[in-house]
Design a protein around this ligand. Structure first.
Ligand code: GDP
Ligand code: MG
Length: 439
């Protein structure tokens, strides 16, 4: 399949090459977008130079003008720069204790994030302990206790008279005694980079053998975040970054600067004050956000969809004749994934109106893998003719895919609905340029 797609790709890609002036003028726009997103100047300059070098001479994809092509390259490079995949905290296996230390300036979101992470880990079956080592702001201890309590997570505190190092040591002992396996130490920040703070963090790190130091930075601080990250990394050493307050109106250029300058991965992003508002970091989403060229990006996605025009036609015909089988389903789902996610694709579809919600449920990306497994457990005949699926066949498929029969039933039903809906929506597949291939 990929081979077939690549061929289509090749065929459609002969629309000339990018000239130096194409690249220069498009990059001017990109430069503005990056600076506006508060990416540090140094990083912008380096980045622009490297893209410039690469882009000149590249083929312009069908459906794009040269300017859009440059932006597509920029987007891809941004994603690459931020790490092409999502990374998370590294935890030790089993009952061995992983000590995580939260570091960062005051107000960045350490205490909140510590609690959010503990909640996430608990949900994954870990046994976290939160430790209140900010003894300078009395409210910080209560804040942690309140947040811990909300999630049923124990908070270890010894008031504000003890030294942070001693609290941390006692906490790890306590965790060991209680069979807990993650210790998350909340520390005190300062308003600015401060030698005392660094010394204190180093002392804690040494005393309890911190495994992961997480730097928490406020996305709103933009370029300052780079200095903060550099200094913390130099003095204390950090393993990863959490970028908070991305729900505010910021484009989050700090993410790029930090990654470019200290090379540390961003683990999570904070999307609000609620404890559930912590998300994994997705480089591709972040790249679009930093570029802030939403319209252009969706144009590019559409153009990519156009690549499969011939395929779409073929599929349309199948659908009309109700020949749409599981293989086609799988293919269209994968195409969607390629195009940057279901929701972004749905967002671009005209006139979907109330059907949007139904569709979203049907093409949930998360269970795509399970659906794939079920489809792969079908015989070719079953895939092209879903009517063959009787109970015994479904039973076999469930076994093969490692899911329940109920799930197979649900999926088949869903598939039938999709097929029906597709037949009712011929407009979506027809006509003008910019249509969505494959769905
Ligand atoms: P600390 O001083 O580093 O411990 O920071 P706190 O955890 O006390 O957070 C400072 C403020 O930022 C609090 O009012 C938090 O509710 C808020 N905050 C933390 N993370 C986020 C986030 O992702 N989004 C928003 N909107 N607010 C956040
Ligand atoms: Mg705090």
């Amino acid at each position: 399949l990929t081979e077939k797609l690549q061929n289509v790709f090749k065929k459609l890609r002969s629309k000339g090459r990018l000239t130096e002036s194409d690249v220069k003028s498009a990059l001017k726009e990109v430069k503005m977008a990056l600076l506006e997103a508060d990416v540090s100047f140094k990083v912008v300059k380096q980045f622009i130079n490297s893209v410039q070098e690469q882009a000149v001479g590249q083929d312009v994809m069908n459906g794009l003008n040269p300017g859009q092509m440059v932006i597509k390259i920029v987007n891809d490079e941004l994603v690459k720069l931020m790490g092409s995949e999502t990374t998370e905290i590294t935890l030790k296996q089993g009952n061995e204790i992983t000590v995580v230390m939260m570091v960062g300036l005051q107000g960045a979101g350490k205490t909140t994030t510590a609690a959010k992470i503990a909640g996430k880990l608990k949900a994954k079956g870990r046994k976290p302990l939160l430790v209140a080592c900010d003894v300078y702001r009395p409210a910080a201890i209560t804040q942690l206790q309140v947040n811990g309590e909300k999630q049923g997570i124990e908070v270890f505190a010894m008031g504000d008279k003890k030294k942070p190092v001693d609290i941390a040591k006692a906490a790890v002992e306590h965790a060991r005694g209680q069979g807990m396996n993650v210790v998350i130490v909340d520390t005190a920040g300062r308003l600015h980079i401060d030698e005392d703070m660094m010394q204190e963090l180093i002392a804690i790190r040494e005393a309890v053998h911190v495994d992961q130091s997480l730097l928490v930075v406020d996305a709103m601080t933009g370029q300052d975040a780079v200095n903060v990250a550099e200094t913390f990394n130099e003095k204390v050493g950090i393993d990863g970054v959490v970028l908070t307050k991305l729900d505010g109106d910021t484009r989050g250029g700090a993410a790029l600067s930090i990654k470019a300058i200290c090379g540390k991965p961003i683990f999570y992003v904070g999307m609000g004050e609620k404890l559930s508002d912590l998300e994994q970091f997705y480089p591709d989403r972040m790249a679009s956000r930093i570029l802030g060229m939403g319209d252009v990006m969706s144009l590019i996605e559409k153009a990519q969809a156009n690549l499969d025009e011939s395929k779409a036609k073929e599929m349309e015909q199948k659908m009309r004749k109700a020949q749409f089988g599981f293989d086609d389903y799988l293919e269209s789902m994968n195409q969607m994934k390629k195009m940057g996610g279901i929701s972004s694709v749905l967002g671009m579809m005209p006139g979907l109106g109330g059907k949007m919600k139904d569709l979203e449920g049907m093409v949930d990306e998360k269970d795509l893998a399970r659906k794939e497994a079920m489809i792969y457990s079908m015989t070719p005949a079953e895939r092209s003719n879903p009517d063959l699926l009787n109970p015994s066949r479904k039973n076999r498929i469930a076994k093969g895919a490692g899911v329940t029969v109920a799930e197979v039933n649900r999926f088949v039903k869903q598939f039938e609905q999709t097929r029906k809906m597709m037949k009712q929506m011929p407009g979506m597949m027809k006509g003008k340029k910019g249509k969505l291939g494959g769905f």
